[in-house]
Design a protein around this ligand. Structure first.
Ligand code: GLU
Length: 443
């Protein structure tokens, strides 16, 4: 059974980059009848806020990416403590006493010699007496995970293919601070084991972390999950701009973007499959496959999203949107108006064209023309063919055609130069209102 997790740190709101990660985890689980978990990585008590937790849940709910279960790392410290003790007993974690300044100095010296900033493991040389002396002096240790340098770290990434890292070129990662608080790395591996995560799907900025965590899985006696590291998301201008980092669900809602549009776009960009308008995420599951993900950054373009949003609105059924439409707007009205919408909130506007009052300013000639139209409309049969019949009669009677025929009528009937197909709109406006509008515009 597939189990995935989305693991945001509630230190901020979700942005389009992590929405995409959440989506792919959700899609992979849904496509395989698996489970999708929300794990709040809130070990950083100072930067994590309850407000962000609430907002993350709300954003996922709006997107329709509902988790099958939720866990918070701050509830799980006892487990981390237990597993940490096992690693300590096995000699896979060790206490270090260097201050931040000392570590910085070491890095500077290495850089001066043109060497990479790899921790020298000096703390491993301390004996019990030296450690006791340091602690008696008030120095609390932070803890590092001891990497095994014997063999290269290897895994077959579902997106990047075979990966290899040389552990001797990596620093033993700090996993716990001197105040006892946890850094991201170890709790995440412990949770992935405990929660039976089968697939870790995340950005390629985590590739090195994966190397380190693979050794943690092994030290904890667990089989690691499969990993899929996706290329990062960049703005249409080519880099992950500040704007993209702050573009979240609130901004999308303000732009009138439907969650399904975001899903259709983020589910496909960066893959070999085309972005297509779909009415439901179900349509995307069958083809969802990490093998189709490219290595090049995925380009996110807000204009492309808006265009896709419009195309998706044009295929949504009345039932899918009914609860968000103006009262009284039935399926026929929705279908008439739908092709003209770029966002659902436009519906209210178009509905006011049907139900509200409209104004137009025509010249003398056009006024005479719409008066004539009003007279013909009085005797017309009112059904789905009225517009065609009426304009046919007016053409025969006046010789007007094209724009000269249609535009004054549209202006008189809707107050606008453009809009939905008049064949569908006229029956919605209805006989009495239409005649009154033609008369008013002609007077
Ligand atoms: N909290 C981590 C992050 O937001 C999770 C990374 C992961 O998926 O393991 O980067």
């Amino acid at each position: 059974m597939v189990v995935t997790r989305f693991a945001p740190s509630p230190t901020g709101r979700l942005h389009v980059g992590n929405i995409r990660t959440a989506l792919h985890n959700w899609m992979w689980a849904r496509a395989h009848g698996g489970r999708f978990l929300l794990r709040l990585d809130d070990t950083d008590a100072e930067r994590s806020t309850e407000e962000n937790v609430v907002a993350i849940r709300a954003d996922l709910a709006w997107l329709g990416l509902s988790p099958d279960a939720e866990a918070r790392q701050s509830d799980r410290f006892a487990l981390y403590e237990r597993r940490f003790e096992e690693l300590r007993a096995a000699g896979r974690v060790y206490p270090c006493y260097e201050t931040a300044e000392e570590l910085e100095l070491k890095r500077k010296i290495l850089a001066g010699r043109g060497l990479p900033p790899i921790y020298d493991r000096a703390a491993l040389q301390l004996d019990d007496a030296q450690r006791a002396a340091l602690e008696a002096d008030g120095h609390q240790p932070h803890w590092r995970f001891l990497l095994d340098h014997d063999e290269p770290i290897r895994w077959d990434d579902l997106i990047r293919g075979p990966q290899q890292l040389d552990p001797s070129r990596l620093s033993d990662p700090v996993i716990r601070r001197a105040d006892g608080s946890w850094l991201y790395m170890l709790p995440s591996a412990i949770d992935d084991i405990d929660m039976g995560i089968t697939h870790v799907v995340r950005g390629e900025d985590h590739v090195t972390n994966t190397g380190l965590q693979l050794q943690m899985f092994s030290a904890l006696g667990a089989t690691p999950p499969a990993f899929a590291h996706e290329a990062l998301l960049v703005g249409s201008e080519g880099k992950l701009s500040k704007r993209l980092g702050s573009l979240g669900c609130d901004a999308f809602r303000e732009e009138g973007i439907e969650p399904i549009a975001l899903i259709a776009l983020l589910g496909r960009i960066g893959t070999s499959l085309p972005v297509e308008p779909v009415a439901s995420p179900d349509a995307l599951f069958a083809d969802f496959d990490f093998a189709r993900f490219g290595r090049a950054p995925a380009r996110f373009d807000l204009d492309e999203l808006k265009a896709l949003n419009a195309r998706i609105l044009h295929l949504l059924d009345h039932a899918a949107v009914a609860d968000r439409l103006p009262a009284g707007m039935d399926a026929a009205a929705w279908e008439a108006i739908r092709p003209n919408m770029t966002r659902l909130s436009d519906a209210a506007d178009w509905w006011s064209v049907v139900e509200g009052s409209v104004e137009s300013a025509l010249d003398d000639e056009d006024r005479a023309f719409v008066r004539q139209a009003a007279e013909l409309a009085e005797t017309a049969t009112w059904d789905a063919g009225t517009w065609k019949a009426l304009t046919g009669q007016l053409n025969a009677a006046t010789g007007r055609k094209g724009k000269a025929l249609f535009l004054p009528l549209r202006l008189a009937l809707t107050g606008r130069e453009h809009g939905p197909d008049m064949n569908a709109l006229l029956p919605l406006i209805g006989r009495d209102r239409a005649i009154a509008r033609l008369r008013a515009a002609g007077s």
